[in-house]
Design a protein around this ligand. Structure first.
Ligand SMILES: NC(=O)C1=CN([C@@H]2O[C@H](COP(=O)(O)OP(=O)(O)OC[C@H]3O[C@@H](n4cnc5c(N)ncnc54)[C@H](OP(=O)(O)O)[C@@H]3O)[C@@H](O)[C@H]2O)C=CC1
Ligand SMILES: Nc1nc2c(c(=O)[nH]1)N=C([C@H](O)[C@@H](O)CO)CN2
Length: 240
C-alpha cells in the first residue's frame, strides 16, 4: 500500500499565496502534490515543471467541484491529505446583491469541502491508523462574527462545524482538523492605513506570513491523535 510519501497531498487553490507556499513546501520535501487552480498563473506552470500535478478547477458550481474530484480519482489511488485552502474573502458591499455574496461564500467554503471530502473519502482510507488527514482553513471570525463579512464568517463557521462532523465520520483512519487564521498576509491593494489598523487588532501586531500556517500543517500531519479540533493562528486577536 502506498506509503505516506508516495500518496499525494491535495491542495485546493494552490496558485497563489498560502496555497502556493504550501505547494512549494511539500515539493521541497519530495512530497508529491496535486494542486487545484482556477487561474493559470505563471506559478502554476512553475509548479508543474517542478513535478506537481496541477488541475484546473472552478468550484463556483457543484458540477465543477465533482468534475475535479473525478479527475483526481483518475489520477491517483490514494491521498495522504486534503488541504482545503481555496477561499474567497467577500464582504457585503453596495451594489453587490446579497444573495450572490451568500451563495458565493457558501459554495467555496461549504459546498466544495463537503463534496470533495465525500467524493475523495475512499482515497484517504485503507492506509492504517491516522494515515490520512483533512485540514479545513476557516477563520478567527468564526468565534466572534464579522459585521462587514457576514456571509463569509457564516460560511467559515459551517466549515468549522464540518470539521467535527467529518472527524467523527472518518476516524481513526483519517484525522480532520481546522486552522483558523486571523491576519496572515496582506493583499497587495491594502493601503498603509488599513495595514496599520489591521496590525493593531492583534497582540502580536504582525502579519506573520505563510510559514506560520505551514508549520501548523506539518504538526497536524505528524500527529496520530489530534482530530476534530480548530487551531487559532491569530496573534492573540481574541484578547484585544
Ligand atoms: N490571508 C489571510 O490573512 C487569511 C487567510 N485565511 C484563509 O486561508 C486560505 C488561504 O488564504 P489566502 O492565501 O490569502 O487566499 P487567496 O484569497 O489569496 O487565494 C485563495 C485561492 O482560492 C482560489 N479560489 C477562490 N475561489 C475559488 C473558486 N470558486 N474555485 C476555485 N478556486 C477558487 C483562488 O483562485 P484564483 O487565484 O484563481 O482566484 C486562490 O488561489 C483561505 O481559505 C482564506 O480564507 C483566513 C484568514 C486570514
Ligand atoms: N480567501 C481569503 N480569505 C481571507 C483573506 C484573503 O486574503 N483571502 N484575508 C483575510 C484577512 O487577512 C483578515 O483575516 C484580516 O482581519 C481573511 N480571509
Amino acid at each position: 500500500m502506498g506509503n505516506s510519501k508516495t500518496r499525494p497531498i491535495l491542495i485546493t487553490g494552490g496558485g497563489r499565496r498560502i496555497g502556493l507556499a504550501l505547494a512549494h513546501h511539500f515539493l521541497s520535501q519530495q512530497q508529491p502534490i496535486i494542486v487545484s487552480y482556477r487561474t493559470l498563473y505563471p506559478a502554476i506552470e512553475q509548479l508543474t515543471a517542478a513535478g506537481a500535478l496541477c488541475i484546473q478547477a472552478d468550484f463556483s458550481s457543484d458540477e465543477g467541484v465533482l468534475a475535479f474530484a473525478d479527475i483526481v480519482k483518475e489520477k491517483t489511488e490514494g491521498l495522504r491529505a486534503i488541504i482545503h485552502n481555496a477561499g474567497d474573502w467577500a464582504g457585503e458591499k453596495p451594489g453587490v446583491a446579497l444573495p450572490d455574496v451568500l451563495s458565493r461564500m457558501l459554495q467555496i467554503h461549504v459546498h466544495a469541502p463537503y463534496l470533495l471530502n465525500h467524493a475523495l473519502e475512499r482515497l484517504l482510507r485503507g492506509f492504517g491508523h491516522a494515515a490520512g488527514d483533512i485540514i479545513h482553513f476557516t477563520d478567527y471570525v468564526v468565534e466572534c462574527g464579522s459585521d462587514k463579512h457576514i456571509a463569509y464568517a457564516a460560511s467559515k463557521a459551517a466549515l468549522d462545524n464540518m470539521t467535527r462532523s467529518f472527524a467523527k465520520k472518518l476516524a481513526p483512519e483519517v484525522k480532520v482538523n481546522a486552522i483558523a487564521p486571523a491576519l496572515i498576509l496582506f493583499n497587495d491593494d491594502d493601503d498603509a492605513e488599513y495595514r496599520q489598523q489591521a496590525l493593531n487588532k492583534s497582540l502580536m501586531k504582525i502579519a506573520p506570513g505563510e510559514k506560520e500556517i505551514i508549520d501548523l500543517v506539518d504538526y497536524l500531519l505528524t500527529s496520530c491523535y489530534v482530530t476534530g479540533r480548530t487551531f487559532g493562528v491569530d496573534g492573540g486577536r481574541p484578547l484585544r
